[in-house]
Design a protein around this ligand. Structure first.
Ligand code: DQA
Length: 145
């Protein structure tokens, strides 16, 4: 049974009330419920969100001891700033899909660069929260070979 960890970075705890014109009106808890009810058959999901970069890095490191078969990550603002999160993701050597709710290429110039995209199996941006479901499907196909 493939295990997949869904990681969400800073400010994504405010989903649903934060800039709803950009990020929509679904809360992070509701997103988790939606994903759990549409999970690809046989997949086991876990979720983690933090506003603290060190906590995110340590959660990623725990995957060395307790591995999963796939990671979905919305690194949020750390996408554009964090070599440390990139390095942690490289260290775990696990297929990952990068998700952005908004189309980061259609916004401010500083959002166009990602420290994660070139180490990801796939990048999904601009599909709203549906992007997370697409990411799970992408991992599912990849893991099935
Ligand atoms: C985001 C895009 C980032 O630029 C931003 O900092 C976020 C959310 C998205 O999901 O569209 O916090 O990752």
């Amino acid at each position: 049974m493939p295990k997949v960890l869904i990681l969400n970075g800073p400010n994504l705890n405010l989903l649903g009330c934060r800039e709803p014109n950009i990020y929509g009106s679904t809360s992070l808890d509701d997103l988790e419920t939606i994903l759990r009810s549409n999970i690809p058959p046989g997949m086991q999901l876990s979720f983690f969100q933090t506003n603290h970069e060190g906590e995110m890095i340590e959660r990623i490191h725990r995957l060395i001891e307790a591995p999963v078969q796939g990671v979905v990550i919305n690194p949020a603002a750390w996408t554009h700033t964090s070599v440390a999160i990139r390095d942690a993701l490289i260290a775990i050597n696990t297929p990952l899909v990068e998700v952005h709710i908004s189309n980061i290429h259609a916004r401010e110039a500083f959002r166009r660069h990602s420290y994660v995209s070139d180490i990801a199996l796939a990048v999904i941006a601009g599909c709203g929260i549906q992007g997370y479901a697409f990411a799970l499907e992408t991992l599912n196909q990849h893991l099935k070979g």
